[in-house]
Write a protein that binds this ligand. Structure first.
Ligand code: ZN
Length: 301
């Protein structure tokens, strides 16, 4: 490890729907972390500021903070609401300005991106996709999120990508299930997130036998998602993580379904060896969102 890496301390915040992870350190590792429940913005902010103030006393001054946030979040630096959470249904968080409050409270620059964009950045820098400029990071858990890098930078424009809310082609075993997304019903998140699996089949994948149609439907949806990403953003590597993906055979099935949906069209992805090498589990040692938040912080300096 070089002197540069040990002489700079950063703060990282990965703000998710159910928990917020804070760390002090750098992208190579946290010296100390804190996990708090995502309740209302005010009490979360108080715990975040208290942690970082005490952590700086123990470890030294931080240079900047990176915030990897659940979305939707305003990523336009020219906007008066830069960094604000926007249209979330999460109680109390609509229009919340966690970025601004942390910047004011700590007196430090605070960079912000989506949690999944930050994770894609981390996987490209330190994880499964090292050396790749264009990376897609899919997380399948309480929702379905997709972060993207292109040319080494995270992707945003007027808003940021919300690939989890695209509408897939329905799997035959799923006929009659309306989906659970409050906005779209049967988007990817509404059909294939952890809560959607439980709503459709009465249990999580861990609770369902391996010949249950839920497994085939899940692989089909994620294969469609990977194929769509390959056809739209041409990633060099797709990382798939999240609690629902903790099964090696599911990842293998997703690769096979991706190839079936591409039907030989994207020929660079046609071989099983390429699919196995380029559609993988995450590689970061720490939570990719937290590692990405450190990288965002470093980018502010
Ligand atoms: Zn949706």
């Amino acid at each position: 490890m070089s002197a540069i890496h040990t002489s700079s301390l950063f703060g990282a915040i990965e703000a998710g729907g159910t928990k917020i992870l804070c760390g002090i350190g750098d992208e190579h590792g946290s010296r100390e972390t804190l996990r708090i429940a995502t309740t209302d913005p005010e009490s979360c902010l108080a715990q975040i500021l208290s942690f970082f103030r005490a952590a700086q006393d123990r470890h030294g001054a931080m240079q900047a903070v990176g915030l990897a946030s659940f979305g939707p979040v305003d990523l336009d630096r020219a906007s008066s609401t830069w960094g604000h959470i926007t249209t979330t249904p999460k109680p109390g968080w609509r229009d919340a300005d966690l970025r601004g409050a942390v910047a004011t409270g700590l007196g430090l620059p605070v960079a912000v991106d989506t949690d999944v964009n930050a994770a894609a950045l981390a996987e490209a820098a330190m994880g499964a996709a090292v050396g790749c400029q264009s990376v897609a990071y899919i997380t399948v858990g309480t929702g379905i999120g997709v972060g993207l890098t292109s040319g080494g930078r995270t992707v945003s424009g007027r808003g940021h990508p919300e690939v989890g809310h695209i509408l897939p082609r329905r799997h035959a075993a799923h006929e009659g299930f309306a989906g659970i997304c409050p906005y779209h019903g049967d988007c990817y998140e509404g059909l294939a997130s952890g809560p959607a699996i439980i709503a459709a089949w009465g249990g999580s994948l861990a609770e369902l036998p391996q010949d249950h149609p839920a497994w085939a439907a899940q692989a089909d949806y994620l294969g469609q998602l990977c194929a769509s990403l390959i056809l739209t953003v041409a990633p060099e590597h797709i990382v798939i993580g999240g609690g629902v993906m903790a099964y090696d055979h599911l990842l293998a099935d997703v690769r096979r379904e991706t190839a079936r949906r591409l039907a030989g069209y994207a020929s660079l992805w046609a071989s099983p060896q390429v699919l196995e090498a380029r559609i993988t589990a995450p590689g970061c040692q720490e939570a990719a969102g937290l590692v990405g938040a450190y990288l965002l912080a470093r980018g502010e300096c």
